[in-house]
Design a protein around this ligand. Structure first.
Ligand SMILES: C[S@@+](CC[C@H](N)C(=O)[O-])C[C@H]1O[C@@H](n2cnc3c(N)ncnc32)[C@H](O)[C@@H]1O
Ligand SMILES: [Zn+2]
Length: 283
């Protein structure tokens, strides 16, 4: 059910054990050989989010909201992008195309994948890459699955938290995070996690909403932040500095309206940039 090439790239998100094997029970699951944690597979999508002992109310709220948004995301996202963020949705597709092209037969990661709306239009052209789509929302993943089901590409959707990706270190050639960074609860930790998963000289790219580019957009993100939807939205310089200080090199960016697109790469020498401190709130 889950192919060997896929399993070879995965690790246990609880203990980082390198071996996940398919269980033989009636209900499909993956089992960690080191800590014995069992991860269910639902509709072909492994649930590799670490089982929480006590639910974090903040992340539960975000997840519930994302599940609701999944129903309307494909209609609302392009409208918001044009009318409020002042960025053509085609720019996302273009950026996606370039990021996937950089995988060149290696592993490509989309984190978060959402409903797969940016991936689907271009993915068939890149059938030489092994594509992983990570997201924490089941509804987003089910939408992505439906959208991608008839596309002849080598992809695997996985439920995972981007703060703790169930990937072995250094296995990803190109990692893309579209519309992601402004939503990370702990941006430094997620950037370090992306860095860990990339091969030496692997490519990192993405987009994020930034403040101080367009008045209407600023008014909107103020509301987002007030209601705790996106917690830490900053200007382009602040974000760039965070990306660069995570040991990414050759970082370039461009802004279109309130959307900043960026790309960079991991250095040739592998530096462990794993951090534990939380982002400071600065405006
Ligand atoms: C604005 S959407 C972007 C989706 C896609 N990249 C796009 O541009 O269409 C943000 C996504 O992040 C996901 N997400 C939020 N918190 C997450 C987390 N901690 N781990 C993984 N995904 C998360 C949400 O479920 C949602 O699908
Ligand atoms: Zn384990």
């Amino acid at each position: 059910m889950i192919r060997r090439e896929v399993l070879e790239k995965l690790c246990c998100p609880s203990c980082r054990g390198p071996e996940l094997t398919l269980g033989s029970g009636r209900r499909p699951d993956l089992i960690c050989s080191d800590c014995d944690t069992r991860y269910p597979i639902i509709d072909g999508i492994p649930d590799l989010v670490v089982p929480e002992e006590s639910l974090n109310p903040g992340s539960y709220r975000t997840e519930t909201l994302e599940n609701v948004i999944a129903g309307v995301y494909d209609f609302i996202a392009p409208v918001l992008s044009m009318a409020i963020w002042r960025c053509s949705p085609l720019r996302y597709i273009d950026h996606e195309n370039r990021a996937l092209g950089r995988a060149q037969g290696g592993v490509y990661v989309e984190a978060p994948v959402g409903t797969g709306v940016a991936l689907a239009p271009i993915v068939a052209e890149h059938h030489d890459a092994l594509i992983f789509g990570f997201d924490k929302s089941w509804n987003m993943l089910f939408k992505a699955k439906k959208r991608l089901r008839n596309i002849p590409a080598d992809f695997q959707l996985i439920r995972a938290d981007y703060h703790n990706l169930p990937l072995k270190s250094g296995v990803v050639r190109s990692l893309q995070s579209l519309n992601g960074l402004h939503g990370f609860m702990n941006r430094n930790a997620v950037l370090a996690e992306f860095h860990r998963c990339l091969e030496p000289q692997g490519f990192f790219s993405g987009s994020t909403l930034v403040r101080s580019q367009a008045d209407v957009a600023d008014a909107f993100v103020e509301q987002y932040e007030r209601y705790g939807i996106y917690p830490m939205l900053r200007g382009p310089e602040f974000l760039l500095q965070q990306v660069r200080s995570t040991a990414f090199e050759d970082v370039h960016f461009e802004t279109h309206g309130a959307v900043m697109f960026f790309h960079g790469k991991k250095g040739a020498d592998v530096v462990d940039v794993t951090r534990t401190e939380t982002d400071t709130r600065a405006s």
